[in-house]
Design a protein around this ligand. Structure first.
Ligand code: COA
Length: 254
């Protein structure tokens, strides 16, 4: 079986690759657990100075695997929750390189990267309203903090597609690169970061993030409560059934 999370330490840069390209790197339950453990282990490992997060193939990530969305026992926490917290709590720099599809968790993870580079092919979406769901991964707070309340509201309410230029212009991305150069550019920046002492970088991240951590925590708790109300609702079931049946959802006749 292929490893769906690949890691390689390149002189202090932990290159973490989401590796399920045939599903546009959709993250299933086993991958969430592997992602969580990778971040937790990397946090303890001083040989890791920073992380470079990327996706295998032409796409970054299509978010939670919708076919395993309802796996697990009723009331049991989805492994997404603990993985999301491990990323939020990670105390060293995270650089991300995202091209092609970046949807759902594949978009909201990027709001926790310290620096995001995107390829010209980027197609980002916050697909919560259209799935009958609510924002996750603290994105209801992070996106507002990053780009302002109105722009965030527009992206959440419309679930519109965001291209690379829009991501750059509104502050979701630091730079846009041709897809062919994206990884090398992000890697070069990660290497620049990794030349510095890990403890200094940790302290810098702490000072940058301290203003946000309580707010992110409150957002995640509020989002989880809202998600419990919406997950499994008629509109959510209709949206996921429509996706699996490759048709448009009908929310009017529920
Ligand atoms: N979960 C499970 N499978 C997914 C997936 C996801 N989130 N995203 C893509 N896939 C699968 C598709 O079912 C398809 O599988 P198949 O080849 O066995 O039929 C394969 O990946 C390729 O995706 P496809 O839909 O054919 O590609 P596309 O270019 O037409 O569309 C997306 C790409 C990302 C726009 C579309 O797949 C999509 O909307 N996915 C759902 C994304 C989403 O809502 N994620 C958030 C969950 S909270």
């Amino acid at each position: 079986m292929t490893d769906t999370i690949l890691t390689q330490n390149r002189d202090g840069v932990l290159v973490l690759t989401l590796n399920r390209p045939e599903k546009k790197n959709a993250i299933n339950n086993a991958m969430w657990i592997a992602l969580r453990e990778t971040f937790k282990t990397a946090a303890q490992d001083d040989a890791v100075v920073c992380v470079l997060l990327c996706g295998a193939g032409e796409h970054f990530c299509s978010g939670v695997d919708l076919s395993s969305f309802s796996d697990g026992e009723a009331g049991e926490e989805h492994p997404f929750e603990s993985a999301a917290r491990a990323v939020v709590e990670f105390d060293k720099p995270v650089v991300a390189a995202a091209q092609g599809v970046a949807v759902g968790g594949g978009a909201t993870v990027l709001f926790h990267a310290d620096i995001v580079y995107v390829g010209e092919s980027l197609r980002m979406r916050l697909p919560f309203a259209n799935l009958g769901l609510v924002p996750e991964w603290g994105s209801s707070y992070m996106l507002q903090a990053n780009i302002g309340a109105q722009r965030a509201a527009e992206l959440f309410y419309t679930a519109e597609w965001i291209d690379a230029d829009k991501a750059l212009n509104c502050g979701i991305a630091a730079d846009v690169l041709p897809d062919a150069n994206l990884f090398d550019h992000a890697m070069a920046k990660a290497e620049e970061i990794a030349q510095w002492p890990v403890n200094a970088l940790r302290e810098i991240k702490r000072t940058l993030r301290m203003h946000h951590l309580d707010a992110i925590d409150a957002a995640i708790n509020a989002e989880q409560a809202a998600m419990m109300r919406q997950a499994g609702s008629p509109e959510n079931i209709e949206a996921i059934t429509a996706f699996m049946e490759k048709r448009a959802p009908n929310f009017r006749d529920l």
